[in-house]
Design a protein around this ligand. Structure first.
Ligand SMILES: *Cc1c(COP(=O)(O)O)cnc(C)c1O
Length: 353
């Protein structure tokens, strides 16, 4: 630590991303929920023929081309959409500026929520998931804090019903509910349609998982006009050109290839079913996932050991060293070859314990 670090940041606990090995290392990488599939061929074409000269100029700070696409896709007004450098940035803006009464989120959810609440000095109310790792919305009754829910949740993959989300929204219209839909495209229902009716709802999405573009850093927010205008004010007070020129074009181009997007999702869902069934045959317990990962445990081996042994065999999965999750690992759904490799190595690991 240097002597220059601000006093209020001395105790910060930065987010620890899953391992990102160098690209020259041969890992089967099932640890950070990226897509196993490349971006749309149109994106590749765009990059190959990209006029580098354009990078001389700042990007469009309003990101109009991509916002137009998203507003068409989600059937909302352009003034109801804003973009972030990954959805992490939008979450950061929201924690920074939309959490007057603090923030409430689950004990098991996206690891960035506690980090943001810390760094932006927002008091966090941690609400425990029930025994089955589900959100019980009764636990949020009467809370005044901004509620942040990943739906489907990570690392469990479990979905919260729209009925429950409506109850949360109705319960207190002065309270903001943020639904982080990073994984929604893999089979859960989106809350975007509720934005028309509820001005206390902010939905956040990303191109990182279902749109095969984690490296392009594109996230979006959808809400009523006032919330979006607040988020834009924060963005323009922080980094007006938060999306780079290439990423705006890449996102717009990717959105035009809906057919490819849908075929990737379909394949992930098939592979998820396949992997779930096979792991259950091996004696695993697998939570019912609506995401591109599964959260699994096997009574013969604790999570940390399973993680470690898979790593020795060249496969990276994610282990969370917390009391409630120590029996589990989270496995990203890969392509079929990766799923088969995981199954093969898992069989070996189980025969060794
Ligand atoms: C991956 C993830 C994000 C962040 O995605 P980026 O758009 O890549 O920043 C946000 N929320 C959850 C729950 C995630 O798993």
């Amino acid at each position: 630590m240097s002597k220059f670090l601000s006093e209020n940041l001395i105790n910060m606990k930065p987010y620890k991303p899953g391992e990102q090995p160098r690209s020259n290392e041969q890992w089967i990488k099932l640890n950070t929920n990226e897509s196993p599939f490349p971006p749309s061929a149109n994106v590749e074409k765009l990059i190959r023929s990209y006029d580098a000269e354009k990078l001389r100029l700042y990007p469009d700070p309003s990101c109009d081309s991509l916002i137009t696409k998203l507003s068409e896709e989600f059937d909302v007004d352009k003034c109801q959409v804003m973009l972030g450098n990954g959805s992490d940035e939008i979450l950061a803006f929201s924690f920074m500026g939309l959490c007057n009464n603090g923030v409430a989120f689950s004990d098991l959810s996206y690891g960035f929520y506690p980090v943001f609440s810390d760094v932006f000095n927002k008091k966090a109310k941690i609400v425990e998931l029930n025994q089955s790792f589900e959100i019980d919305i009764n636990d949020y009754e009467g809370l005044k804090q901004t509620i942040v829910i990943a739906n489907p949740n990570a690392p469990t993959g479990l979905e919260l019903s729209q009925k429950d989300i409506v109850k949360l929204l109705e319960n207190d219209k002065e309270r903001l509910v943020i639904i982080d839909e990073a994984y929604v495209d893999f089979g859960a229902e989106s809350s975007v349609k509720l934005v028309k009716k509820y001005d206390n709802l902010l939905v956040i999405g990303t191109f990182s998982k279902s749109r095969n573009l984690a490296g392009a850093r594109i996230g979006y927010a959808i809400a009523n006009e006032e919330i979006i205008s607040d988020l834009n004010a924060i963005k323009f007070s922080f980094n007006p050109y938060n999306l780079n020129r290439l990423s705006i074009d890449i996102g717009t181009t990717a959105m035009n290839d809906k057919e490819y997007f849908e075929s990737c999702i379909k394949q992930i869902k098939l592979n998820r079913e396949y992997l779930t069934k096979k792991l259950k045959d091996f004696g695993f317990e697998v939570l019912e996932s609506k995401a591109n990962f599964i959260f699994v445990k096997n009574s013969n081996i604790i999570g940390k050991e399973y993680y470690k042994r898979l790593k020795e065999k060249g496969i990276l999965v994610r282990y969370f060293d917390l009391p409630r999750t120590k029996e589990y690992v989270r496995i990203t759904i890969g392509n079929i070859k990766e799923c088969d490799a995981l199954l093969k190595m898992t069989k070996e690991v189980l025969s060794e314990v």
